[in-house]
Design a protein around this ligand. Structure first.
Ligand code: NAD
Length: 494
């Protein structure tokens, strides 16, 4: 990665952005805009359209028209595959521009953003492009005088609501399978991370996706997101974000057309370290990276460290050392390991969690404060709090920031009990060289993904989805396709 190319990109002015509706760039119906502040220095970057309910309705109408006239769903699979493959190529060709644009908007360190954003998004689009002509219907085992066919049909109009931490990666997790199956999509990016998604959508048009098949409406969740949730014409709603918004989306579905709602929500994922871990130094470094990269703004972050009593003090010391060695700073510097917190509001929320943890008996052993104030940006020192009881706020509630809680455990049964003592169930890890224990833990810990002797990095071949209040349904892998099709039976008397 070349720092001078990154610097050249960051020096580019960013033109004000409009919605993408029906293949055209359109301002908000009342002309309103929102200022985009960069978390790097708190300065204004550009403006985006502050969408209205009318804008969202126009985008949904465009998606509906595109679906009904079959301009995309009606194309042969090979043609849809070619468009999606071209789109992936364009994302790769414009990766640096997309990554830098995204980092200026959301603050993720560029070393991570390049891989996790355009790199991952292109890979995801390519994966579903390749998958789309390998999805077959079924013939049912009926009596001989009957032919029972099971068709997989596109659902129609998909609404996708995306958070700010990895807009391209998470956006592609929805767009790839939704478009591959022939649906039309209306995408609603997060207020504080719209720019790179808008640019990626432009590249889809350039690749040959027909107008109206992918629309992007920016603005406030409470306005345009709500309008999408309440629409009578959105068939499936896919969401990644907080539990609070997820609840609202379920209510909107109940109050409108009973649209299917898939939720990828937050986590409080336990990273469980036994004394017999194969390499405790490695485990400590991975534990630090597993919570502090992208300033902890990772849904699967290992935010609860559970450590066996016998190694607690030494292991915590090693994690503190690893955390303090991580370089926090300008996210567009290639050597930075921890970038900016996405917004000032999020930074204050993170600091509030630290105060609460202290008041509940926790001890901050490193970090706990805002740093680099002189930049005007939003930075927080990687923070480790020990002595956190399983019931404490910091052990129960997702921070979505660079704050690690540490809780000791005496036995394997205690580790399982503590691990399962939150309402979440997104991810987790177990570190042990005991094969039987590893498998027991994989079975016992309630989560969508359990890592063994590593943390994070699961690729697109495996599903990611939460259980409990971490959500339902999965992104990634062939399983994700199920969300974007309806099964239709043909029962034919021969
Ligand atoms: P958020 O719920 O505040 O916002 C997410 C999106 O929902 C944004 O686009 C926002 O504009 C929109 N929104 C807000 N209010 C809405 C409403 N009333 N109606 C419709 N849409 C509305 O979440 P966030 O702060 O952007 O993201 C952080 C959360 O996302 C964390 O909880 C994190 O764990 C979770 N997350 C989960 C995963 C996963 O795969 N499970 C991945 C990344 C992030």
């Amino acid at each position: 990665m070349d720092q001078s190319q990154i610097n050249a990109q960051r020096a580019q002015p960013i033109a004000p952005r409009h919605h993408l509706i029906d293949g055209k760039h359109i301002p908000a119906s009342d002309g309103a805009t929102m200022e985009v502040l960069s978390p790097i220095d708190g300065q204004g970057l550009t403006t985006i359209a502050r969408g209205t309910v009318r804008d969202m309705e126009a985008a949904i109408a465009s998606a509906r028209a595109a679906f009904e006239d079959r301009r995309w769903a009606g194309q042969p699979p090979a043609a849809r595959k070619a468009v999606l493959r071209r789109w992936a190529e364009l994302i790769d060709a414009n990766a640096l521009e997309l990554a830098v644009l995204g980092v200026r908007d959301n603050g993720t360190e560029i070393s991570m953003a390049l891989k996790a954003e355009p790199g991952s998004a292109a890979g995801t689009i390519r994966y579903y492009a390749e998958a789309l002509d390998k999805v077959y219907g079924e013939i049912a085992p009926t009596p001989g005088d009957i032919l029972g066919l099971i068709h997989k049909e596109p659902v129609g109009v998909v609404g996708a609501i995306i958070p700010w931490n990895f807009p391209l990666m998470i956006g592609a997790w929805k767009l790839g399978p939704a478009l591959a199956m022939g649906n039309s999509v209306v995408l609603k990016p997060a207020e504080t991370a719209s720019l790179s998604l808008l640019r990626m959508a432009d590249l889809a048009l350039e690749a040959g996706l027909p107008p109206g098949v992918l629309n992007v409406v920016t603005g406030e969740g409470a306005v345009v997101g709500e309008a999408m949730g309440l629409s009578m014409d959105v068939d499936v709603l896919v969401f990644t974000g907080s539990g609070g918004t997820g609840r609202r989306l379920l209510e909107y579905a109940g109050r409108s057309n009973l649209k299917r709602v898939y939720l990828e929500l937050g986590g409080k994922s336990p990273n469980i370290v036994f004394a017999d871990a194969p390499d405790l130094d490695e485990a400590a470094k991975v534990a630090a990276a597993g919570i502090f990269r992208n300033a902890g703004q990772v849904c699967v972050a290992g935010s609860r460290l559970l450590v066996e009593d016998a190694i607690h003090d030494d292991f915590v010391a090693a994690v503190v050392k690893a955390a303090e060695a991580m370089r926090v700073g300008d996210p567009l510097d290639v050597t930075t390991q921890i970038g900016a917190v996405n917004s000032e509001a999020q930074l204050h929320q993170n600091l509030g969690f630290v105060e609460t943890a202290l008041s509940e008996g926790g001890e901050v052993v490193t970090g706990g404060t805002r740093i680099l104030d002189e930049t005007g940006g939003y930075y927080m020192a990687p923070t480790i709090v020990t002595g956190v009881t399983p019931e404490a706020t910091l052990a129960q509630k997702e921070v979505f920031g660079p704050v690690l809680s540490v809780t000791p455990f005496p036995t394997e049964d205690d580790a399982i009990r503590i691990a399962n003592s939150t309402v979440h169930g997104l991810a987790g890890a177990v570190w042990t060289s005991n094969l039987s224990r590893a498998h027991r833990m994989v079975r016992a810990v309630r989560a969508g993904v359990i890592h063994v002797n590593t943390y994070g990095g699961a690729d697109g071949t495996v599903p990611l989805g939460g259980v409990g209040q971490s959500g339902n349904g999965s992104d990634k892998s062939l399983h994700a396709l199920d969300k974007y099709v309806d099964l239709k039976t043909a029962w034919i008397k021969l």
